[in-house]
Design a protein around this ligand. Structure first.
Ligand SMILES: Cc1cc2nc3c(=O)[nH]c(=O)nc-3n(C[C@H](O)[C@H](O)[C@H](O)COP(=O)(O)OP(=O)(O)OC[C@H]3O[C@@H](n4cnc5c(N)ncnc54)[C@H](O)[C@@H]3O)c2cc1C
Length: 407
């Protein structure tokens, strides 16, 4: 996609960042009748690529992007540290889609452009001044600085958001690190992704092998404090070459490498006078899967209509913007609860405890509960059902139960 707009002097909304969330938000604001400029620092959309490429049905339903699907994923093989495998899902029910992220991002940004948003590539903001009646952004466009005024600035500029740092809006609660290689020749199972756990594989988190058409994406994520000096690259290398699973990777040929941060834990105030943050910039990735596309779309759907009203009423002052934070309350609560469950079942347990969790999960009646209530989009019903109905988990997860109830 190669587009470059003639820039106007004033826009209702200027969006920094043409990732999936910036594109989706631009489209939503255009549908609400606003003028929109999207500013992207790279020369093309969807590069560099930093994603396992899973888009859940809830997000896929909201954009016409089925043409970007590489593999429908109906199930998972979840592997314990010592080699117990639990198979979940069945081919009749698709749980998530493995997509070509470049095509997906391009398609979403195209929705904004085709509905009339302007976009400038190779451009990034250098200064942001918030005035009473407008915000003024200085933008470096291919070496020339131009100034644009707008009612509202939206930071959709990813994990290290320039807008967030410039406006001193805080930091997401957790910053995980992900690393991934794309391979041919993986010995996997069609339509099923593999998850690998254990302190030597992905401390506190998990590693994955995700079918993506003719290739497979193999990666892991964790937190710096749990990696104890090792890099994610070393962990993936260990999984593929030295772990008990190494025979699955014997014929793999690496064709690409990617890595990046996964910010999780919504900022306390992602909205300030004439400024709003969305997606990774606001810390919206799910603590359970690292997925950030669906929650970014959710934020845009929740906030764009009310922000549109604020633009029309010229009511974007600090007090009004901070009052809108409560709209994100239920989402914040859901993400915090998911984190509490993740901590109880995965992040804060030893390999021995994890092994005993897997022993229970592998019992047919428990696997049935997982199949009935397991949702990638919303792990809370399953987590609560397991805590309630499986006696072994009651003692294991007392902490989780209270965290879930009180979070
Ligand atoms: C290894 C890994 C695997 C992942 N797997 C998944 C997955 O399977 N499913 C999922 O949903 N999520 C996944 N994620 C998370 C997902 O990639 C992000 O949540 C998602 O891309 C967020 O979209 P965004 O639009 O908020 O930010 P981004 O996709 O980061 O887009 C931000 C855009 O802003 C631009 N930008 C940044 N700074 C500036 C600036 N100063 N000026 C102008 N432009 C700027 C960037 O170039 C980019 O185009 C994964 C992340 C990692 C690291």
């Amino acid at each position: 996609m190669n587009v470059q707009a003639q820039i106007e002097e004033f826009y209702d909304v200027v969006i920094i960042g043409a990732g999936p969330v910036g594109g989706y938000l631009g489209w939503k604001f255009k549908e609400l009748g606003h003028t929109v400029l999207i500013v992207e620092e790279h020369s093309e959309i969807g590069r560099p690529f930093q994603c396992a490429g899973l888009v859940n049905p809830g997000a896929m339903e909201r954009v016409p992007m089925k043409n970007t699907i590489l593999t429908p994923i109906w199930g998972a093989r979840i592997n314990s540290p010592n080699g117990t495998t639990v198979d979940i899902g069945s081919p009749e029910r698709i749980r998530t889609w493995s997509v070509c992220r470049k095509k997906f991002d391009e398609g979403v940004v195209r929705l904004a452009i085709e509905s009339g948003a302007d976009i400038i590539l190779n451009s990034k903001p250098t200064k942001l001044d918030i005035e009473k009646d407008y915000a003024e952004i200085s933008i470096n466009v291919g070496g020339d600085i131009c100034k644009v005024r707008c009612d509202l600035v939206c930071g959709c500029d990813g994990a290290h958001s320039w807008v967030r740092r410039t406006m001193k809006m805080g930091r997401p609660k957790e910053m995980m690190i992900g690393y991934q290689v794309e391979v041919t020749g993986y010995n996997g199972s069609s339509g099923q992704l593999d998850m690998f756990t254990g302190n030597d594989i992905a401390p506190g988190f998990f590693a994955w092998a995700i079918p993506s058409g003719e290739t497979t994406r193999i990666g892991m994520w964790s937190r710096a404090d749990l990696l104890t000096g090792k890099s994610c690259e070393m962990m993936v290398d260990n999984l593929m070459n030295s772990s008990i699973w190494k025979q699955r990777f014997e014929n793999c040929n690496i064709v690409g490498r990617f890595g990046g941060p996964v910010p999780s834990g919504l900022l306390k105030y992602p909205l300030r006078e004439r400024v709003a943050l969305f997606g990774d910039a606001s810390g919206a990735c799910k603590p359970t899967t690292g997925g950030g596309i669906g929650t970014g779309f959710d934020q845009a759907d929740l906030l764009a209509p009310i922000l549109s009203e604020c633009i029309n009423n010229d009511d974007l002052g600090e007090a009004k913007m901070k009052s809108l934070v409560k709209i994100l309350g239920p989402m914040r609560k859901k993400l915090n609860r998911a984190r509490a469950l993740r901590d109880a079942f995965l992040t804060e347990v030893t390999d021995e405890e994890l092994e005993s969790v897997f022993k229970v999960w592998s019992r047919p009646e428990v696997t049935q509960i997982i199949n009935e209530s397991g949702e990638i989009d919303n792990p809370i019903p399953l987590g609560l059902r397991l805590l309630k109905e499986v006696p072994e988990f009651r003692s294991l997860a007392t902490k989780a139960a209270s965290a879930v109830i009180w979070s």
